[in-house]
Ligand binder design. Sequence first.
Ligand code: ZN
Length: 313
Amino acid sequence: MSDILSLANSERRDASPPFANGTHGDVILRSCDDVHFHVSKQILSIVSPVFADMFSLSPPADAAAADEVVDGLPVVRMSEDAATLDLLLRWCYPIQHPPLATLEDTRRMISVTQKFGVDAFVDAIEAALEAHVVKDPVGVLEIAITTSLEKTARSAARAALRIPLSSLASSASDSLPGKSLAILIRYHLSCGTAAANAIAKRNFFIALPMLLSQNINEFFCMTCRSLDPAVPIPGQIPVWWAPRQLWHFLYKAAQALLLHPHQDAINLVRLEWCSQCNGGIATQRAVSMSTFVSILEREVNCEIEKVPIPNFI
Ligand SMILES: [Zn+2]
């Protein structure tokens, strides 16, 4: 609060410029924590129909709302605290808008602009909320649901896939209403199934040196070369050969994706190559594996994209 407020004296606190005493203004808004904001009725009336109505009542119909005069100016008691008022007013005034750096600032701003009917910043505030989606998808989802921002809610649900289901269920159960939590978990599970099914397909396989081939002779190591263990369709061509560790990797990746449909789940799967042959071909195999994982991630993301994101509002 120290950057917002200055103490004019021991009993009265003024907001920082441009809302400090003596700067300008024809009315004082007093926050619930007793900070005085000197503001222009005209500026606020242009931005907010609620402020316009408030200031058009002269004298105020509700005496308790403006029964005080300080420095010759009427005082209107507000239910918002100083931090909230400061944020709102700096966005309403023709000055540099402060960034909505935290999710809490964004939540506060959405709530107060809705209360005062300030429509001018809806897109900017929604964009600010979207900026927090990657870092805190559950927090954004909760705000989006309570403020009826459907597009942002869907974006947050998609981003929440990066959280494993076990962690998501426990963290979201504290903040989301039961119905929304159930919708989120159902969506998460559907994406998990789609991601795991993507791995079961073979249509994204390409020949990669020392990793994948349709030619058994390219795998000289008798210890690890292995035919695709997926049940083949009789007469199916082509069949794929790979080190058996790759087939294990795909199995473990599919299991992990079921409850964590995100590329992080793939990257967490450990892979140890055959000790008999890996030494001589390690670099070549590493390059092929990197390419393979990139293709696999793209395939998984593609299947997840096909899962419809549910409505939360
Ligand atoms: Zn080997």
